[in-house]
Design a protein around this ligand. Structure first.
Ligand code: ADA
Length: 576
């Protein structure tokens, strides 16, 4: 399943899961192993998709190219959707190139007209090497896995099909001037279609939309390629708003009719809620929120970055058990099933584009601007409807301290606002004394490590950051502590509570969180980080066992002593 619910009743789809053929391509490989030995020409083997090859015996450290192949039965038009290939994909169907996609964490689609009947062969060449033309991937403090790490689906589509629905809830008493003042919730609905072949003369195409007990139907004029086919507003009297405590979701069904006969459909879900910045607060449905959050990487020793839904549920169970109410998808867009689960549970999400720790040199890579813009576009286009996403994040700890860096931030903020004006945007900064971009975000976010990287209290660091923010045009905006935390090696305990022990981490987290929440200006905190994660080999000097071990649970999700400290502080804040 690509989502946690059925997205079609009319369109037939098949997930291309199960066993695929997998072959390492021997040319041009890099390796993560210290011996520098490449695996060589390995024979083909069967692997499950989705997965990542670091979980296949012998390839735990492989960095390079490999091919995944499968076959499927089809006839007519198809729509192939890849939810995530880590990190570059070259796709061929029956030996013909369909196209290429770079970036591990966003989906991509190929629509192919008029396939002949019978079995078809799909070959995907995947590359996870670090190369100059992959601007966002370089040795980093998380693992750049390789593989088809998210699900693949083939859909059987008519000549005109529904591609995407966007729904923007409009609150009854919204002051922004975008509602009608009707005293009820309304939904602005936009539907994109795709036409592979113009319909025969005389064919009447229409779109039907059902939402919250309402149904509308409108004729549509077929365009070519992908196009906005319908933009309308639907009154939704009597709906329950989506809140953290009561995360009510309503299905929206779009049906395409040809001469009155249903030929295609798409189902998504809507949560009626608004998010906006009001002075120093972020408000959900007009009420200020307090974030008790965790930064989370998609990482697991058994699955790499290809976590199955059961493992995602376990992570969310633990987060909820610690009284957490928010997740920051550091540092890339997440598997959409995880976002579905957040929608269902009322967990707030800061979803982030893919960019961590890029200095000006990284950002001057000639591919950076286009590749970063593409991630933002794909992230917002595909995840627009998730009510759980309350903030878009960009450019974690990048060059917000230089003039050129600022230009990049400006561009990305402009793009976000063009694609989605309904949510605030932010970027997590660590440039404590020289950030030049604090006027750009809607929310100012600081990554701070008191009692860890800095021998200072959280109280002092937050005061200093607030003073800096006020002097540098971030004044009057909400403030999030987007990272705070300390490392601990699971199982390392001693009576002296030394650095790296679980005791030290637990004591530190308690102090950090208590001090941060004591400051009334702080809108919330994201702990760095939920679980211990694997990092790229090049980080071995500062990461024992090649792990970033600031997790509150270890890589197997075993709670460290800090778990109960966080649980108590978050619990107190939740009851406040
Ligand atoms: C940074 C960064 C994280 C992680 C963290 C750490 O703030 O944003 O990705 O590297 O530091 O553990 O030091």
């Amino acid at each position: 399943m690509l989502r946690t619910f059925d997205t079609h009743r009319i369109r037939r789809t098949t997930e291309l899961g199960g066993l695929w053929d997998f072959t390492v391509l021997p040319n041009d490989t890099q390796t993560e192993s210290t011996s520098k030995s490449a695996p060589g020409a390995a024979p083909s083997r069967k692997v499950t998709v989705p997965s990542c090859w670091q979980t296949y015996p012998g390839l735990e450290n492989y960095r390079g190219q490999a091919r995944y192949s499968t076959t499927f039965e089809a006839e007519g038009n198809i729509r192939l959707e890849f939810k995530g290939v880590s990190h570059f994909a070259h796709v061929e169907l029956d030996g013909e190139v369909l196209g290429e996609h770079y970036n591990a964490y966003t989906p991509f689609v190929f629509a192919v007209p008029a396939l002949g009947p019978g079995e078809h062969r799909l070959d995907v060449t995947v590359d996870n090497a670090f190369r100059d033309n992959y601007a966002l991937n370089f040795p980093n403090d998380y693992m750049s896995y390789g593989g088809i790490s998210r699900p693949v689906e083939v859909g059987f589509i008519p000549d005109t099909s529904i591609e995407r629905i966007h729904v923007t809830p409009v609150a009854p008493a919204h002051e922004d001037g975008i509602d009608s003042g009707a005293g009820i919730w309304r939904a602005r609905v936009e539907i994109w279609c795709r036409t592979l072949r113009k319909p025969r003369a005389g064919t009447r195409l229409a779109l039907g939309v059902e939402l919250a007990g309402r149904r509308i139907e409108t004729d549509v004029t077929p365009g070519s390629g992908e196009y906005l086919a319908l933009a309308t507003t639907i009154d939704c009297p009597g709906v329950r708003p989506w809140t953290c405590e009561d995360p009510t979701l309503y299905p929206i069904t779009a049906t395409l009719l040809a001469n009155g006969r249903p030929v295609d459909d798409l189902i998504d879900r809507v949560g009626f809620r608004t998010v906006r910045v009001n002075g120093e607060h972020i408000e959900l449905n007009g009420k200020p929120i307090t974030i008790r959050g965790f930064c989370r990487h998609e990482d697991h020793p058994a699955f790499g970055n290809a976590l199955p839904p059961q493992a995602m549920q376990v992570d969310l169970d633990l987060i909820e058990d610690m009284h957490g109410n928010a997740v920051r998808t550091s540092h890339y867009p997440n598997d959409e099933r995880f976002l579905d689960m957040c929608d269902e549970r009322g967990i707030l999400v800061w979803e982030e584009n893919h960019a961590r720790g890029m200095d000006e040199e990284h950002m001057r890579n000639p591919h950076f601007q286009t590749q970063a813009a593409q991630v933002i576009r794909e992230m917002i286009e595909t995840h627009y409807n998730h009510p759980s996403i309350v903030i878009w994040g960009i450019l974690n700890e990048c060059a917000s301290n230089t003039a050129y860096g600022r230009e990049c931030y400006e561009r990305q903020y402009a793009l976000i606002r063009e694609l989605d004006a309904s949510r605030p945007a932010t970027s997590a900064t660590c440039h404590m004394r020289d950030d030049r971009c604090l006027d750009l975000p809607d929310v100012v976010s600081w990554n701070i490590y008191p009692y860890w990287y800095e021998a200072k209290s959280a109280t002092r660091m937050i005061d200093e950051q607030l003073a800096y923010t006020r002097e540098h045009s971030g004044v009057g905006k909400p403030l999030i502590i987007s990272e705070i935390g300390a490392g601990a090696i699971y199982g390392f305990r001693n009576r002296d509570k030394e650095i790296w022990t679980e005791e030290y981490q637990a004591i530190t987290l308690r102090k950090q969180l208590t001090e941060a929440f004591a400051n009334p200006t702080v809108t919330g905190v994201f702990i760095w980080q939920f679980c211990d994660v694997r990092v790229d080999r090049e980080w071995w000097r500062v990461r024992a066992k090649r792990r970033n071990d600031k997790g509150i649970v270890d890589e197997f999700r075993r709670p460290k002593l800090a778990y109960d400290a966080v649980r108590e502080v978050f619990g107190d804040i939740a009851r406040r």
